[in-house]
Write a protein that binds this ligand. Sequence first.
Ligand SMILES: [Zn+2]
Length: 237
Amino acid sequence: MNKLEALLAYQEADMKLLDYENKLKNSPARQKLLQVKNYLLEQQDKWKQFETETLERQGKYEQLKQYYDQALSDYKLAEEKYLGITSESKEDIDAIKKQYENVQNTLAKLRRELVKIIKDMGDSEQMVVKMHNSVNSAKQEFTELKEEHQKELDASKDEIEKTKKKVLSAGKKVDKELLELYNKLRQNKPNPVALVVDDKCGGCNMELPYLTRSKIKENSDIIIECENCGRILYYKN
Ligand SMILES: [Zn+2]
């Protein structure tokens, strides 16, 4: 086995391992698991926002309640004064009436605001229950999917280990420098060794210059990289 044949055997084992790993990574259970996980993280953010809003609303409610209570006692005073009118002058009666009406209007306005905020608080209470239920069932689903995916991982563990060992032993037969080059290329390409097919690089399909082709054909152990994609070219006789 020459240098390139050893490297090609290494690549075959390496790609097999990659296939296994990708299959597990892309399994429906794992994909769904990621979806549910993202949903739960989203809900966490929503929850934080919701808590802030709730606190703001609570503060607003307390302030409004204070204003309302004040307006209510103002109203009672004005009402007593109004009902107690006896022999004041017309100007005085008009002023008392006017004040009574004003206090009444203020009180009505505050009551409407208070009713609205109490309704909002009730709505948000319902929202809490809804969110809580939805998050709970998502958590349940997450646990189930995690178990399912763990089973997938367990089931393929032996096969993955076996393949990893093959990669390791194939790697031992490869020239050290060549393996380093392979690993460097492998970071961006899953298949750093490309077969020359019809005078083209099997990786990027670029037509190879005549000189490159003849160099590879002449010496099957020479390391030549594709000028276009950088892959290590391999020629099969
Ligand atoms: Zn190429």
